[in-house]
Design a protein around this ligand. Structure first.
Ligand code: ZN
Length: 242
């Protein structure tokens, strides 16, 4: 029996002289791992279709266990993303986090759609800036994606109410504490595991939460907001990967 899936290729390891074990995030079954026979031999066309971070239609022959990868047709190679080292670094980091928080065979259409929007956005941003040195927007877009992913995976937080006293969050210097559940008002920012957030960072978080990812590729943030967001993402990352 053969089954078809919409899949994002995420990882591969060599498992024998000619075979590989691939990891895909699929629309239909979530995270799956499947072996491909003889894929490392000579001119195996299959390998090209399932390079890391390529969107493909894959076919799995379901004989026993995980089955075997029987075919694949790439739908989008995201060429510019693959040619931009800084973009690849961002996506590589996303992969590490993604693989550590996702369980096999748990599908979520929203996660799949978000991941594709991320790869498409990164591809466009990479294309635009292959001639420039600065890469804040690649990182901003990656942080925005991760915050959205964490929200979908259950780590959601308010941006208008304090997580401790439930009071209104004003446009002053506030705090963020992952163990207290998110944003803290200035008065409650005394937990030892919190980081400060400026009014502009608070605005950025609200913008991330109220817009779809595609729209966020056009947002420009300044360096201080970037650093604070990086800190917030790092803190949530440690929390969800613990
Ligand atoms: Zn408070």
């Amino acid at each position: 029996m053969k089954h078809n899936y919409h899949a994002i290729a995420l990882d591969k390891i060599d498992i024998s002289e000619a075979d590989r074990l691939y990891t895909f995030y699929t629309l239909e079954k979530g995270l799956i791992r499947v072996p491909a026979r003889s894929v490392r031999r000579g001119k195996a066309k299959l390998a090209m279709q399932v390079e890391d971070f390529v969107l493909s239609h894959i076919t799995i022959a379901q004989n026993y266990g995980r089955g075997t990868l029987a075919g694949a047709v790439a739908e989008d190679y995201f060429v510019s993303l693959h040619e931009n080292l800084e973009a690849l670094e961002c996506v590589d980091n996303v992969r590490t986090i993604f693989l550590s928080i996702m369980d096999e065979n748990e599908c979520d259409e929203h996660v799949f759609v978000l991941f594709i929007a991320y790869l498409e956005g990164m591809n466009k941003l990479a294309q635009k800036q292959n001639f420039k040195k600065y890469n804040t927007d690649l990182k901003w877009f990656t942080h925005a994606f991760l915050i959205k992913l964490f929200c979908l995976q259950g780590y959601d937080f308010h941006t208008h109410k304090c997580s401790i006293c439930r009071g209104k969050i004003n446009e002053i210097k506030n705090g963020f504490s992952v163990s207290s559940g998110g944003i803290l008002c200035a008065t409650c920012s005394c937990d030892e595991y919190f980081c400060y957030i400026d009014p502009d960072t608070l605005k950025a978080l609200r913008v991330i939460k109220s817009n779809n990812l595609k729209a966020l590729s056009k947002v420009i943030i300044h360096e201080d907001v970037h650093k604070q967001l990086q800190n917030i993402v790092y803190n949530i990352e440690k929390w969800v990967m613990r």
